[in-house]
Design a protein around this ligand. Structure first.
Ligand code: CTP
Length: 414
């Protein structure tokens, strides 16, 4: 999807610099050509030789190199790209970008470029949350520079919080979506502009008492990827999410909930919507005899949990009469007879499409990075090749956009 795109990658000096090597490969897999500038700090983490071996080009480092200036000046370097991608963007690199410093080849190229710039922050949580960094984030946003991440989670410094470099597939996805939008913008509006999309994602937690709950292995990654892709294609997107470690995708309104009943209420309150995509792994039951105090062992028999079936949020959306979204998409997590069971589930729940996936433990899909799905609609089953959850999210969002395209609906073209 990135065929013929030229990306100038600026690799900053952070521990996450090693991920830029994998990123070069993945961007090339999508058809992009990558050139790289390695900062002095970056060269403390990865070598120029690894970079140039992967890019198949020089690893550009020195602002005042006579050979580079003769062969490829910093101006040309920054102009002969379709996109400048800063990864990892350290606090210092972001400060230089925000304040227009030109101290080395990387910052000079960033100042000299007339091309779009995206940056992927990566740093310690305190550095990320520092008011100075946040001021720089605001300046960069004001300058029209696109931010990817950071994500929350375990950081290399041993602390936990926001500041982790986005995963490589998420960066590839954001770059792909950027070019997709760019292609759409000159002639048309974004394909889903004016549409409201509602997405559910993640697990639900069903409380047993104030300290214990029933949950499942859902990471939320597939649902977040779909919400992010729908927003990229122009939909006003509401993401109703159970507890996850994911950062909300850019431009998405997030409603955080815990239980299935809270998820259902949030979905109903978010209507009307044109599109609903129910990706959440909703717990099948809640604990009717939830206690307000912690259950103690007391040496007696184990407590009995009284389970009551949760409301079916997807089926409820399909039955919401006048408020039914025009296109309702469900997911079917199956371990056996995947397509057969999912086809029956689509009919039973009353949704328009169902995305079936095999969640047997051997597939590693539940909680993993990749997915293999089948898209089942009325009378048709499409087998999609395995892809990252971000790639599947984008593909589904594009299919949804096709469904709403005026030509697909038989509307007269203006
Ligand atoms: N779903 C929902 N509310 C529920 C249960 C499921 O909205 N209470 C949605 C899921 O988000 C998914 C679809 O229904 O889009 C199918 O979920 P899945 O867990 O595969 O099926 P279940 O309905 O739970 O059926 P079963 O456990 O019998 O396979």
């Amino acid at each position: 999807m990135l065929t013929d795109k030229r990306i100038l990658m600026i690799i900053g000096g952070g521990i996450a610099a090693y991920k830029s090597l994998e990123l070069i490969r993945r961007l090339q897999d999508e058809g992009a050509s990558v050139r790289a500038i390695l900062t002095e700090g970056g060269s403390k983490f990865i070598t120029p030789l690894s970079v140039s071996s992967l890019t198949g080009d020089k690893c550009y480092m020195d602002l005042f190199s006579l050979t580079d200036e003769a062969e490829m000046g910093h101006i040309r370097l920054s102009r002969e790209a379709d996109l400048v991608l800063v990864v990892p963007a350290t606090a210092d690199l972001m400060a230089s970008m925000a304040h227009g410093h030109a101290r080395d080849l990387a910052t000079t190229a960033l100042l000299a470029t007339d091309k779009p710039v995206m940056f992927c922050p990566s740093m310690n949580v305190e550095m990320w949350q520092h008011p100075a960094t946040q001021r720089n984030v605001a300046i960069l946003a004001g300058d029209g520079i696109t931010q990817i991440g950071p994500e929350a989670g375990d950081l290399a410094c041993g602390e936990v919080g926001s500041g982790r470099l986005s995963e490589v597939p998420a960066i590839v996805d954001a770059v792909t979506a950027f070019f997709l939008n760019q292609a759409a913008e000159p002639t048309t509006d974004k394909p889903l502009s004016g549409r409201h999309a509602l997405v559910t994602a993640g697990p639900t937690w069903e409380a047993i008492d104030p300290v214990r709950y029933i949950a499942n292995h859902s990471s939320g990654r597939q649902g977040y990827a779909i919400a992010g892709a729908l927003a990229q294609l122009g939909a006003r997107t509401t993401l109703v999410s159970g507890p996850t470690n994911m950062s909300p995708p850019a431009g998405v309104k997030i409603i955080n909930i815990q239980s299935a009943r809270e998820m259902q209420a949030a979905c109903q309150e978010s209507l009307p919507a044109d599109i609903a995509v129910c990706v959440a792994a909703v717990a099948d039951w809640y604990v009717a005899n939830e206690t307000t105090s912690k259950v103690k062992k007391n040496g007696g028999p184990p407590p009995t949990l009284e389970l009551v079936e949760n409301p079916d949020i997807l089926a409820g959306l399909c039955k919401s009469g006048d408020m039914r979204p025009e296109l309702v998409v469900g997911f079917a997590a199956e371990t056996d007879h995947v397509v057969e069971y999912a086809t029956a589930k689509r009919r039973r729940k009353g949704c328009d499409w169902i995305v079936a996936n095999d969640v047997s433990p051997a597939t590693g899909i539940m909680g993993g990075a990749n997915n293999t799905v089948h898209l089942i609609s009325d009378g048709a089953v499409e087998d999609w090749p395995e892809g990252t959850k971000e790639a599947i999210g984008l593909q589904l969002a594009q299919r949804i956009a096709q469904h709403f395209a005026p030509e697909a609906k038989g509307e007269a073209k203006s």
